[in-house]
Design a binder for this molecule. Structure first.
Ligand SMILES: C[S@@+](CC[C@H](N)C(=O)[O-])C[C@H]1O[C@@H](n2cnc3c(N)ncnc32)[C@H](O)[C@@H]1O
Length: 195
């Protein structure tokens, strides 16, 4: 694997982030101010937890992380193991957060991605499916005025995906970030201000 240990890898190590992905969310936050102080943030596809670390730095609040793969919790971070593609996921999340006294989130961030196959259309389709699920979850758990960032493996369905969901928000933008590895098709879709 080429370029695995690039400058973002070493920077993440020196700043004690759990992965180099931290710098993607930092860049998006600097450009789009997605997370505000005091926000309750739901981090989907959170493992190993670097986006949760960044979300906590900007919100100062508890971050709820969900993923297929468990990761180490901190006192400001709660983890729920779950598959967002499961039809029972919303019920499970609702039970989990109500136990913490939470009903809705101010911000939902998703870096969820299944293992890439290397076949572009297949990877785009599986990413699209995850993104649709994330938006369904957001329809239930994002508070009015809330913001989102969602990663998608770019392809034919991306523009339609954005068109479908952007009308529910005040602002939307599709962007890429500097910390993304060269040649990757990932883009980040920002939705701000749930109507
Ligand atoms: C790129 S990693 C996330 C890295 C994370 N944002 C960080 O900064 O540490 C993508 C994650 O999505 C998770 N994922 C993929 N499919 C999922 C699903 N159906 N339900 C929940 N999590 C899923 C994977 O387990 C993986 O941990």
């Amino acid at each position: 694997m080429t370029g695995r240990k690039d400058r973002f890898y070493y920077l993440a190590k020196s700043r004690k982030y759990r992965s180099r992905a931290a710098f993607k969310l930092i860049e998006l936050q600097q450009k789009f101010s997605i997370i505000s102080e005091g926000d309750l943030v739901l981090d989907i596809g959170a493992s190993p937890g670097s986006w949760s670390q960044v979300a906590h730095e900007f919100s100062g609040s508890t971050v709820i992380g969900v993923d297929l793969t468990p990761f180490v919790e901190e006192n400001w971070m709660k983890f729920m193991k779950g598959d967002i593609l499961s039809p029972l996921f919303p019920q499970k999340l609702e039970a989990f957060i109500s136990g913490l006294g939470i009903r809705k989130f101010n911000c939902i961030i998703s870096d969820a991605m299944s293992h890439t196959s290397g076949v572009h259309d297949r990877d785009h389709a599986s990413s699209y499916l995850l993104c649709e699920k994330v938006m369904e979850i957001a329809s239930m758990f994002l508070d009015t005025g809330g913001n989102m960032v969602i990663k998608q493996f770019y392809g034919d369905l991306t523009a339609g995906f954005v068109r479908k969901w952007e009308e529910k928000f005040r602002f939307s933008r599709t962007t890429s970030v500097g910390a993304t590895r060269k040649g990757s098709s990932e883009v980040y879709i920002i939705f701000k201000g749930l109507l």
